[in-house]
Design a protein around this ligand. Sequence first.
Ligand SMILES: [Ca+2]
Ligand SMILES: [Ca+2]
Ligand SMILES: [Ca+2]
Ligand SMILES: [Zn+2]
Length: 594
Amino acid sequence: MISKKLLSSVLLAVAYASLTSAFTNTEGSTHATHRTRHISREFKVEAYHPASTFETFEHGLDSDIVLDSRAPRNLNATALAFVQSRLGVDINSIAYRSGHTDGNQKFAYVRQSHNGIPFVNAVANVAWKDDKVVSFGSSFVKPKRVASSKPTISAKSVIAKAEAMFKGTYNNFPTGLEYLAREDGSVALVHTIQIQNEEVNSWYEVYVDAHSGEIVSVTDFVAEATYKVLPITKRTLPEGLETLVNPQDVLASPSGWHLSGGTTTTGNNVVSYKSSTTGTTSQSSAGQIFDYTYSAASAPATTENLNAARVNAFYVINTVHDFAYRYGFTESAFNFQNDNFGKGGNGNDAVKISVQDSGGTNNANFATPADGQAGQCRMYIWTYTTPNRDGSLENDIIVHEMTHGITNRMTGGGTGRCLQTTEAGGMGEGWSDALAEWTEQKSGTITDYVLGDYVTNNAKGIRTNPYSTSATTNPLRYSSVKTLTEVHRIGEVWANMLHNVYAALVGAHGWSATARTNPDGTEGNIVYLHLFLDALRLQPCNPTMVSARDAWIQADTNRYNGANKCLLWKAFASRGLGVGAASYVDSSAVPSGC
Ligand SMILES: [Ca+2]
Ligand SMILES: [Ca+2]
Ligand SMILES: [Ca+2]
Ligand SMILES: [Zn+2]
């Protein structure tokens, strides 16, 4: 029995190993020549770019070609002559594209051409210094076959298809007729058609085969924003920074996370800064690339660490903005944005997050004025360790703070005045812990949860007990509130109840890995977040745990026709907030029929 089982698992391991390496090889080998563009959920295009060669000649190429190219001719003719000679191709297969001179340097760009029609993706570039060629790049191809240069279908006839597939509109930029080198060695004749969608900030140049009508490739004009951050699901810095490309959700942030053409940690939803709101981090290289690596071995204040901290804070606040938007924290529901795109609510209130704020230590906070005034978050350095640690690298702390903004805005209609009592303020802390917990799930397995464990360098984190389904691990009940006075301690009672609600919903309905961007699923973590935000809008100003529980149950009636009524009652009742619970006297009762 044992040996048989062992054998099968070994075989499985071998099978997996070969599968993994096969995939790795395939993927790695196409990085330089391919790009899969995910246009929509149903449609993707694999764009092919012939491999490019690149030669550099240090102080310049000493050869007959160079002597030839030094002849007093214009850049155009010089470039064509060089490329013709270097590649050994017919002069008629090269077309000059552009060039310019900068001091003692010259640059020229040419394209492969056939029957007078230029190629989209077979090009070459030459650079000179002091009239000597210093570098040469080329992606020219040797085609096996070239399509006829006379189109059989018109550009006009394929625009509607391009618009439908790329979910945008033809922008009236003149269509073009070009050749496109394909991976199989053939060369297609293509119409070039620009399709834009300003609402989602997409702008494509689509290549449609002028003989078959097939969409063969695409250029994406929109630059990818890139951030090195601690992904939102990671609980502590040692889990590792990652480079995320285009993490923004364009439904929630239609202009992306930056101001138009923006190059700093300033955007429509948040400005992440130190000392003053102009103290932002600039992109590390062009194209909205924010590649700063936090080193835990160095002090938080080093330039690289400060930049990494501002980028991570920018990323986390934006990420919460985006997924909360999907669940109802929109412009008209009093969210934090400068531009509301005409969708209601008051704008000019993007979150200001002050990173490494000098006003405190070992903490963080969030001030929520009424809709239309910016939310102000302050993140402090934590001094329990050497070097000190930065709260902006502990995602649960940032999410906790941002959630104060959500709960204060969504309770009572955006006034910021409705979580002011001790009990409501305590629940505010509880919701903040609970949403931090929600973001840091990687599967549907329910585990105990702590937060603030990284900055404190303490596995127990910053709360009294882990949030847990075990009453031994976390014995807090509704009646515990009676003897508590501090809002975070009261919040622990509420957060632990919500942990149990979450566990029950995920146990009943499963767990979705795409919950942050797909709120339409039926899984338990999606149901939970809907009820979480829906209930905020229903509950009264300065709610109690009793009225907040009732808001959850009403929210379930509103959205799910009460499908989870008994589940919710049982979860709340398991911690003393059952039918008839009042004045911090527990009840384990559930309604009849449950
Ligand atoms: Ca893009
Ligand atoms: Ca943590
Ligand atoms: Ca607002
Ligand atoms: Zn708090």
